[in-house]
Design a protein around this ligand. Structure first.
Ligand SMILES: Cc1cc2nc3c(=O)[nH]c(=O)nc-3n(C[C@H](O)[C@H](O)[C@H](O)COP(=O)(O)OP(=O)(O)OC[C@H]3O[C@@H](n4cnc5c(N)ncnc54)[C@H](O)[C@@H]3O)c2cc1C
Length: 470
């Protein structure tokens, strides 16, 4: 009789290039399972946008598994998973290795529970392009903390092969209750759902990838920072849930300039997972010890203005509007609003990290935390503070020179000439009337003066550096 195995789907909601599914199929008859883990779905870190995307991804995965002759078994908690494994007398449970501290500790506990009852608990690579991250180190055997040397080593590592989807799967045993995928309303709050969000699922991910490779990749490199053009891949949410494999994406790239630039960007994802793997405490505190316990500004009014797109800086407010409306934000915009929150407003980067996690469909512990620490100048890959302290007016002129991005999200600037988009408060009263954009009525007065804020930020960071022991 063939051996029986369970595939425990988590952050790998796909049938194409899924090493876990591939390994399980070569072991025995596969029973595909998803556990509705309440810690992730309803905790304070859960997000309506991500829950909706997850439900859509599960619906799509179920359909794909049915087409292969199987189905997706939905379980309510981890005890049910152990019970199912026992009742079905499976020999192994397969899962894709995850990198968050929560997932790693959960998997350690599950390994013990399964091994205690004689079931192998087998983790496969598949979430990153290079999953053998522990092998990447400096010449002295230390963890790499700077991106470029990491990238150089990462680029040289042999890649695993890309797997086809299975030709077919066995039917689910008749004594297994497949359960139901929850309705979107059950796991979301309407007021926290973005109206214009991407739909989840492997099918949507594959379509997105094909479109990107066909139409947009050639502009990547010189166009990746162009806010108006908006031609980045938008694959981040699919990558977060594993609706598509980063390794498969990489395998479709060439060696020309845009492909190299795109591969390098994908490497940032592996880099931040590597950092989280080695420094799990980064989820609670700054990587650089000098900032532990630093006194960030506590200003509720400023924080709310930032969150609600009311800072008075159009490039910041259009970006924050994009986040609320789409559950996604362009990378250049994330950098601008991150610099504004931490440097212009002096507010703790964790406030930004939390707000992003609430709204971003791609909200991801490794990438979000790593990037927030990067832009707040408290993390790995260090650089002088002034290099990551952006002038919002100059950023607008450089990355949204035609005002296309600002006008897409802030209709009050429809008639305002582009030259005023950086500093609308500098328009005369007559101009404000003529262009139907009265500052203080149709659009907020800036909540801080960038020049003064910049000076204060450099002093604050400078005083911490002066007392630093690290
Ligand atoms: C403050 C801040 C917070 C961020 N939070 C997240 C987050 O929670 N989740 C997330 O996936 N990304 C995060 N990013 C990184 C980046 O902004 C997004 O990955 C990117 O905007 C997603 O859009 P895309 O898929 O079109 O990217 P593309 O430009 O098409 O890039 C392709 C892929 O490369 C990866 N990638 C690109 N840039 C980065 C980067 N800087 N760091 C890590 N991976 C990268 C992503 O997986 C992305 O999908 C954050 C960046 C900043 C500055």
């Amino acid at each position: 009789m063939a051996k029986k195995t369970i595939v425990w789907f988590r952050n790998d909601l796909r049938v194409h290039d899924n090493p876990t599914l591939h390994d399980a199929v070569s072991t025995g008859d596969v029973l595909p399972v998803f556990v509705l883990d309440s810690t992730l779905l309803t905790s304070s870190r859960a997000s309506s946008n991500r829950n909706r995307f997850l439900i859509e991804s599960l619906q799509d995965l179920k359909k794909s598994l049915q087409e292969l002759g199987s189905n997706l078994v939905l379980l309510e908690n981890l005890d049910e998973l152990v019970d199912l494994a026992k009742k079905q007398s499976v020999s192994s449970v397969h899962y894709t290795i995850d990198y968050t501290p929560y997932a790693r500790s959960r998997d350690q506990q599950m390994k013990k529970r399964f091994e205690d009852i004689g079931i192998d608990f087998i983790g496969s690579a598949g979430h990153l392009i290079v999953d053998s991250l522990r092998g990447i180190e400096t010449k002295n055997g230390k963890v790499m903390k700077v991106f470029t040397p990491f990238y150089k080593q990462w680029a040289q590592i042999d890649r695993r092969s890309v797997h086809e989807k299975p030709a077919s799967l066995p039917t689910i045993p008749s004594n297994v209750n497949v359960g139901t995928i929850p309705r979107i309303e059950k796991l979301t709050q309407k007021s926290q759902l973005s109206e214009d969000a991407l739909s989840g699922g492997e099918s949507a991910a594959r379509t997105r990838l094909t479109e990107f490779l066909k139409h947009d990749l050639e502009r990547y490199g010189h166009g990746q920072n162009d806010l108006g053009d908006d031609s980045t891949s938008r694959l981040s949410s699919y990558l977060h849930f594993g609706c598509i494999s980063s390794r498969e994406i990489e395998s479709k790239l060439g060696n020309d300039g845009p492909s190299v630039a795109f591969r390098r960007q994908l490497c940032w994802r592996d880099f931040y997972h590597y950092i989280l793997l080695h420094y799990p405490d980064n989820t609670k505190q700054e990587f650089q010890p000098r900032y532990h316990g630093a006194k960030w500004s506590v200003n509720k009014k400023h924080l709310e203005a930032w969150e609600n797109a009311q800072t008075g800086y159009p490039i910041v407010d259009s970006a924050m509007t994009q986040l609320l409306r789409e559950g996604w934000m362009h990378n250049r915009a994330r950098l601008i609003v991150g610099s504004f929150l931490t440097k212009d407003l002096g507010i703790d980067w964790r406030e930004g990290e939390t707000h992003f996690l609430k709204w971003l469909i791609d909200g991801d512990m490794a990438n979000n935390n790593g990037n927030w620490q990067w832009i707040a100048s408290v993390g790995v890959d260090p650089a002088p503070v002034f290099r990551r302290l952006y002038n919002p007016t100059l950023q607008q002129q450089k990355f949204d020179p035609n005002g296309e991005y600002i006008r897409r999200y802030l209709p009050q600037f429809k008639n305002v000439p582009t030259k005023h988009l950086g500093e609308p408060w500098s328009m005369t009263d007559e101009e404000q009337k003529e262009f139907s954009c009265i500052v203080g009525k149709d659009y907020p007065v800036p909540i801080v003066d960038h020049k003064e804020a910049r000076k204060a930020a450099l002093e604050w960071y400078g005083s911490i550096a002066a007392n630093a022991k690290d």
